[in-house]
Design a protein around this ligand. Structure first.
Ligand SMILES: Nc1nc2c(ncn2[C@@H]2O[C@H](COP(=O)(O)OP(=O)(O)OP(=O)(O)O)[C@@H](O)[C@H]2O)c(=O)[nH]1
Length: 212
């Protein structure tokens, strides 16, 4: 049977309420954009399979509620994340200012190896822009993160940013990935040999049956 995927990768989306986390996720996994804002309650997740350097990666993306009242619940998910997407809205200066708070929470609760990227969403709303691209770049640089401006509405940079974060996670866990793939290859090779042996045995039996 063909392998469905080789590796599971867990990403988490953080940022203020209304910055567009759910819309970005729907755009990435379902190629859809719904302009209504229904606040996420607690957490939700969606999956998508990517192929990176010949490795099939099942990406599980957790979408968290930006509202303050859900923070106790959402923080419980930080520990299991391998990659974090920090999102602000380029038309909202406060959402940009709050990234420092989200980042310090991650430092406190997430594993050391966690990979992070910064995203300024709603890049289609140029006339409403409050945060310049340069400000975004500088903030990302100060945290040692890569930076993207995206639009869930037009789909600009959505796939690129999620794929890049997945690549960073794979690079950070390269040794584990190689070990896992090695073990998987050994297993598949062994299974193929067993199959071959089995069919030879069946052939032998067939011949015997014919000879009688
Ligand atoms: N113009 C524009 N609007 C967007 C974009 N992404 C999201 N929106 C709008 O922003 C609003 C909030 O989007 P959501 O995805 O629900 O925001 P969220 O960050 O998930 O919010 P919480 O679940 O409350 O944390 C919705 O009305 C969307 O239509 C975008 O790229 N461009």
């Amino acid at each position: 049977m063909a392998k469905q995927y080789d590796i599971l990768c867990r990403l988490l989306m953080l940022g203020d309420s209304g910055v567009g986390k759910t819309c970005m996720l729907r755009r990435f996994t379902e190629s859809e954009f719904d302009p209504s804002h229904i606040s996420t309650i607690g957490v939700d997740f969606k999956m998508k399979t990517l192929e990176i350097d010949g490795v099939k990666v099942r990406v599980q993306i957790w979408d968290t509620a930006g509202q303050e009242r859900y923070q106790t619940i959402t923080k419980q998910y930080y520990r299991r994340a391998q990659g974090i997407v920090f999102v602000y809205d380029i038309t909202s200066e406060p959402s940009f200012q709050h990234i420092a708070k989200w980042a310090s929470d991650v430092d406190e609760y997430a594993p050391d190896k966690v990979q992070r990227i910064l995203i300024g969403n709603k890049s289609d709303e140029e006339l409403m822009r409050q945060v310049t691209k340069d400000q975004g770049n500088k903030l990302a640089e100060s945290f040692g993160m890569e930076f993207f401006e995206t639009s869930a509405s037009t789909s600009s940079n959505i796939s690129e940013s999620f794929t890049r974060l997945t690549e960073l996670v794979l690079q950070a866990h390269k040794r584990d990935v190689d070990n896992l793939l090695g073990a998987l290859d050994d297993y598949l090779e062994k299974a193929a040999l067993e199959d071959e042996k089995g069919s030879r045995y069946a052939d032998d039996n067939t011949h015997k049956a014919c000879a009688c």
